[in-house]
Ligand binder design. Structure first.
Ligand code: PLP
Length: 468
């Protein structure tokens, strides 16, 4: 199995190199050279398998010979053993054809754990084999930092440094990061904004000698392995509802387009998904694109669903590449246009193809609260704001054929966003027992001014200490 860049100027390579590289050197994203497909009897053989095994079987299609099934299975078993639900990603029925696929039973209460718990182990496995180490550096406004830290803690070949803006993350978010005491984990509170943190991380990656010396790596959502690791839960859910004989639809709360792209990849592999509903908050660029071919960036506005406060969905490039008939030059041109002008002129034929399969939906904060209230009253179900938007989108755009069930990706635990849930229902969801003592645990982090040299010195000291 080989991977090519969506912009066509990077040499094709195997799964392990794609895992370690993240972004291709031509600025494009890696995609499989050819999509693996499964026959109906191969889909049947996956039905009812424990999630860790199903996951390894699907991932093996994407690793080729680079990783054996048994090695992968050991990693998925280990990754998902810490999930709080025995089904790992349980499918909960909320109505006659309404299902929530709960992806939030991992250590940080959000769906990113499903992919990142595996990614940390994949990194370790590949690096140990090569006798190499890496240092993950990232900036967070609160959400992804904790998932990355939980994924990398105690990994033998990985160090991780996460920058957050001092005093500007919620206390739960900060504590989820700063109470991890593993020696390979460091938290850096920067006296500045999230943008300052992000600029500093970018500057570290642009500083070629520093980047090479420290073997810097990123775990952001453009990494192909993250997408691959999100395909299995759509497979498990669709098979449970009768695929491959029965079609299903999916509704996905969307930010960087990674999660919904994984569902699309499952369809590309032959899973019968008839509709993709792309749910967003007031940051509705994808809805404007899908309804009116208006892909134009606007300033990001804060909302009750902060993980979707995004205007440029980085994984969209992978879909664009397919819509343009896998033409890397056209893809590169369109992405460069978008960067330069904030608008993407998607050709009409490609747009029609996209809008036939994908439906956009955007919801205000006020209606998000109403939706949380609706499911609490109607089904005694507590949805977090992101999940609520997905459920509202599913109700608004369920396929006309009532025999098609709609699977909504439930992307965060309600206790991760207790204020919104309380505002909507009057009920404050408690943290799961494993996190109940979060407020009593000691914290460890360093504070530094908004100064690149100081932050680089910190990363260097952390990396050298652990390499010794
Ligand atoms: C990251 C995140 C999303 C958006 O997922 P993408 O793959 O970026 O589209 C949605 N909901 C929650 C809770 C998230 O953490």
């Amino acid at each position: 199995m080989r991977y090519i860049s969506t912009r066509g100027e990077a040499a094709p390579r195997g799964f392990e190199d794609v895992l370690l590289a993240g972004l291709a050197e031509d600025g494009g994203l890696f995609v499989p050279e050819t999509w693996p497909t499964l026959t109906p009897s191969e889909w049947h053989a996956l039905r009812g398998l424990p999630f860790a095994e199903l996951s390894a079987r699907i991932l093996h299609r994407f690793t080729g010979d680079a990783l054996g099934f048994d090695e992968l299975h050991a990693m998925t078993r280990d990754a998902y053993a810490s999930f709080r639900h025995p089904a790992v990603v349980p499918l909960v029925q909320l109505g006659p054809r309404d299902f929530a696929l709960e992806l939030f039973h991992g250590p940080t209460l959000a769906f990113k754990d499903v992919a990142l718990q595996l990614l940390g182990r994949l990194f370790d496995h590949v690096l140990a084999k090569r006798g190499e180490r890496i240092t993950i550096v990232g900036a967070t406004s609160g959400d992804t930092g904790s998932a990355a830290i939980e994924a990398c803690r105690d990994r033998a070949s990985v160090d991780i440094v996460i920058l957050h803006p001092e005093g500007r993350t919620s206390e739960v978010q900060r504590r989820q990061m700063t109470t991890v005491m593993s020696p390979n984990v460091a938290n850096l509170a920067i006296q500045g904004s999230f943008d300052d943190c992000q600029d500093m991380v970018k500057a570290m990656f642009v500083d070629a000698p520093f980047r090479t010396d420290m073997r810097l790596a990123a775990v952001n959502s453009i990494n192909w392995a993250r997408i691959a690791a999100q395909i299995p839960y759509y497979v498990a859910a669709a098979l449970a509802l009768g695929a491959p004989e029965r079609e299903v639809a999916v509704s996905v709360p969307t930010g960087n387009f990674g999660n919904v792209l994984a569902a699309w990849a499952a369809k590309r592999m032959g899973l019968p998904i008839s509709h993709f509903i792309v749910a967003s908050n007031r940051n509705d660029i994808l809805t404007r694109f899908l309804t009116a071919n208006d892909m134009s960036a606007r300033p990001v506005e804060p909302s009750l669903s902060p993980s979707m406060d995004i205007q440029v969905s980085s994984n969209f490039e992978r879909l664009l590449f397919e819509l343009l008939g896998r033409d890397p030059r056209a893809t590169a041109r369109m992405m460069q246009d978008f960067r330069a002008t904030g608008r993407m002129p998607v050709p009409d034929a490609a747009w029609r193809q996209a809008s036939a399969a994908f439906t956009g939906f955007a919801l205000s904060d006020e209606d998000t609260l109403a939706e949380i209230r609706h499911w609490h009253e109607r089904a005694d179900y507590l949805a977090d704001p992101h999940t609520a938007i997905g459920l509202a989108a599913a109700r608004a755009h369920a396929p006309a054929d009532a025999s098609i069930p709609v699977i909504t990706a439930a992307t965060a635990h309600p206790a991760k966003f207790p204020d919104a849930v309380q505002q909507a229902t009057g009920f404050r969801p408690p943290l799961p027992p494993a996190l109940a003592d979060l407020y009593d645990r000691p914290e460890r982090f360093s504070v530094l001014p908004n100064d690149l040299a100081a932050a680089q010195g910190f990363v260097r000291a952390h990396t050298l200490r652990n390499a010794a």
